[in-house]
Design a protein around this ligand. Structure first.
Ligand code: CU
Length: 325
């Protein structure tokens, strides 16, 4: 039996999947999120978007790894390669990155609480690097030991606790290793899945392009100003679940602000539903949250840190709310 394409979805199908209705009512969206999903299977949908660019790949691509069963238990194996490569930040600025699998930010690893995680890390970036995960794990898996160039290390631990976490290189100076691009998101889903939503990832980062230990440029998902010029399409009245991470070095904190709406805040994703509402949330470096909202009005709506110098230097974007066919 073939699945309907996104283009053929209609309001009835979205209602069957629980993606419309109370989700469109702001606070109502939070209240509905506390109920277990009644529509099966959970099938998040999203309008078509350009998958050929890194910011859009980072937005909605989740890496669930290669799944096997070992002794009755789910094992997720991820293969990552640290590399070095040049990216064009704007017309005038090229930047040498250290990256994972050719991407800044690196892949978003995703698992369910209790899974066994196995990350095969191959360092081909020319310097010693490591992968340090947030979340629970033994000391020998903490990722503070250097993995030499051309070396391989296998990080293995249990996925816990559920929430939105991150990983990054932990070789000194960490500001430089993160600033050059060695970071990404690590999502651990609760054993009972969260209700269906259009889920996406936005990671804020800064670029120190001249080595003065200040950021000259800022970005969502790797490229300054990208989502201003390429708005993110979302459906009207659909629950959006946004995993946000502040990975900006050198600035102590940044906010995330959404225009013309409020969002439910789920701090570090450690709740099963958002705990409170706001339209500005503050994150120190490495802090992250799940934000949930839906738009009842059509049109373009900006998001950016309200440290407006960061927004003006590239950390801004917009959603484009479109009607369901
Ligand atoms: Cu490093």
């Amino acid at each position: 039996m073939s699945q309907p394409t996104t283009a053929s979805l209609n309001r009835r199908q979205l209602l069957q999947w629980g993606l419309l209705g109370t989700a469109g009512l702001g606070l109502g969206g939070c209240a509905s999120a506390q109920k277990p999903p009644t529509a099966a299977p959970a099938k998040p949908i999203a309008p078509p978007s350009d998958k050929s660019t890194i910011p859009f790949q980072a937005l909605r691509d989740f890496d669930y790894g290669t799944v096997t069963q070992e002794n009755g238990r789910t094992v997720r194996e991820f293969r990552v390669e640290a590399q070095s490569g040049e990216i064009q930040l704007n017309k005038a600025t090229k930047f040498i990155t250290w990256n994972l699998n050719g991407r800044v930010p690196g892949p978003t690893f995703r698992a369910t609480e209790g899974d066994r995680i196995r990350v095969i890390f191959h360092n081909k970036a020319g310097h010693a690097h490591s992968l340090h995960f947030h979340g629970d794990h033994p000391a020998n898996m903490d990722g503070i030991k250097p993995v030499r160039n051309n070396g391989i290390f296998i990080y293995e631990f249990d996925a816990e606790p559920y929430g939105v976490h991150l990983y990054h290189c932990h070789i000194e100076p960490v500001t430089r290793h993160i600033g050059k691009g060695l970071y990404g998101m690590f999502i651990i889903d609760p054993p009972t899945p969260r209700p269906p939503a259009d889920e996406m990832v936005l990671i804020m980062a800064g670029y120190d392009t001249n080595g003065d230990r200040k950021n000259e440029l800022y970005a969502f998902n790797g490229l300054p100003h990208y989502f201003m010029h390429h708005p993110i399409p979302i459906y009207q009245n659909q629950l959006i679940r946004l995993y946000v991470l502040n990975m900006i070095e050198f600035d102590v904190a940044a906010t995330f602000h959404l225009h013309a709406n409020l969002f439910g805040v789920n701090p570090t994703g450690r709740l099963l539903a958002p705990g409170y509402e706001a339209d500005v949330v503050t994150m120190g470096t490495a802090e992250r949250h799940i934000l949930e909202f839906s738009f009842k009005h059509l049109g373009k709506f900006m998001f950016h840190p309200h440290q407006d110098y960061m927004a003006e230097a590239g950390c801004m974007g917009q959603f484009e709310v479109i009607p369901v066919a």
